[in-house]
Design a protein around this ligand. Structure first.
Ligand code: DGL
Length: 259
């Protein structure tokens, strides 16, 4: 049985990429809701409806577990979906806790979509773990669109990010937490903007380790030859050009892991 991995677009490939390293003997179904991306500035009701439809689709395909590889979808929809579907449903959240544990008195910058920044889920997490008030939250509303266009390096992207960070003294920071799965595609640019000593982290390894535990606890781990089926808002990807584009995105993520 397959594991369903969901995102509004290409961001969840970060989690799939991590899963292929940690759980290489599983079969995957990757669902990108390209008809509705970006989610980050939509209403909660819209996001809930889209994610519900996507998870319903994956369940109809027989997935044994579903991962919302999208911080925005997780913050809005995970509670409702866990009540509705009777397979394990996992989410992703910004890696604030490890940053607080390792920050040694320096500040932590969390970047995410506007919805994730606004939602209670992240605020509650920060209240729970950030007793010393070290976290600054910064929405980056245009970054998902840059990613979906495949615009990973351009003067416009550079200016956008430089402007967004211009009010902060980046030498005050110990961690940059990527609170949106799309943002991993820009790690090289973040690396150039932030001082070398700033660590850049995200929640994908935590999510995949949790997935492994949940599959194990439920006796759902398998030993299959690895495979992935890709769907774009319910339409199976079969054409070579699109599959090649996805392969290149995995290559980029592999490069980003080395930074
Ligand atoms: N990858 C999604 C996240 O982690 C981006 C959501 C969007 O489409 O704006 O939040």
């Amino acid at each position: 049985m397959k594991i369903g991995i969901f995102d509004s677009g290409i961001g969840g490939l970060t989690v799939l990429h991590q899963a292929l390293r940690t759980l290489p003997n599983e079969e995957y179904l990757y669902y990108a809701d390209v008809d509705h991306v970006p989610y980050g500035e939509k209403t909660k009701d819209e996001i809930l409806r889209y994610v519900d439809g996507a998870v319903g689709f994956m369940v109809s395909k027989g997935v044994k577990a579903a991962v919302l590889a999208c911080n925005t979808a997780t913050s809005v929809a995970i509670g409702t979906l866990r009540k509705k579907f009777d397979i394990p449903i996992l989410g992703i959240e910004p890696a604030v806790k490890p940053a607080v544990e390792g920050c040694e008195g320096k500040r932590i910058m969390v970047v995410a979509t506007p919805v994730t920044v606004r939602e209670e889920k992240l605020k509650n997490l920060i209240v729970r773990v950030d007793g010393e008030h070290m976290v600054d939250l910064l929405p980056l509303p245009r970054l998902v669109a840059f990613a979906e266009k495949g615009e990973f390096r351009s003067p416009e992207l550079w200016n956008y990010l430089k402007t967004r960070f211009s009010e902060y003294d980046l030498s005050d920071y110990s961690f940059l937490v990527l609170g949106c799965t799309h943002f991993n595609f820009f790690k090289d640019t973040f690396r150039r903007i932030f001082p070398k000593c700033v660590r850049i982290i995200d929640g994908s390894a935590g999510t995949v380790n949790h997935l492994k535990e949940v599959l194990k606890e439920n006796g759902l781990l398998e030993h299959n030859p690895f495979s992935v089926e890709y769907y774009l808002s319910g339409r199976k990807v079969t054409d070579a050009a699109r599959l090649e584009r996805i392969r290149k995105l995995h290559d980029r993520l592999e490069q980003m892991l080395r930074l």
